[in-house]
Design a protein. Structure first.
Length: 112
């Protein structure tokens, strides 16, 4: 009853001139096209990196965990790895600085 009244009012608002949308036929499927040809279609401007799957982009070791999911041992291992990397970078920087200083001193000796 309520729905009937609502429909009558809506029809009156549209002045009873409602015309439904024309029916559009479904797209046809071509079966004679090779499957690989259909799958390999990509935009020219798209790089190969964008088209890679997640597994191809990131091949990390083990499961990826959030900071809150880590156990005490995981946190200690992560901190030890970070310290090891930091020390390696620090020694690399100091070695480079020493090399640069020796080169500068060697060049200064030649000029004198």
């Amino acid at each position: 009853m309520l729905f009937k009244k609502l429909c009558l009012k809506l029809d009156a608002l549209s002045h009873f001139h409602f015309t439904p949308k024309p029916v559009i036929e479904d797209m046809s499927i071509q079966m004679n096209v090779p499957t690989l040809a259909m799958e390999e279609i990509a935009h020219i401007a798209v790089s190969d990196a964008v088209m890679l799957a997640l597994e191809e982009v990131f091949s990390g070791k083990g499961d990826v965990k959030e900071e809150t999911e880590l156990t005490q041992a995981d946190r200690e291992r992560k901190r030890a790895n970070m310290k090891k990397k930091f020390k390696a970078k620090a020694t690399e920087r100091s070695a480079k600085r020493a090399r640069d200083n020796t080169l500068l001193n060697h060049n200064d000796d030649k000029e004198e």
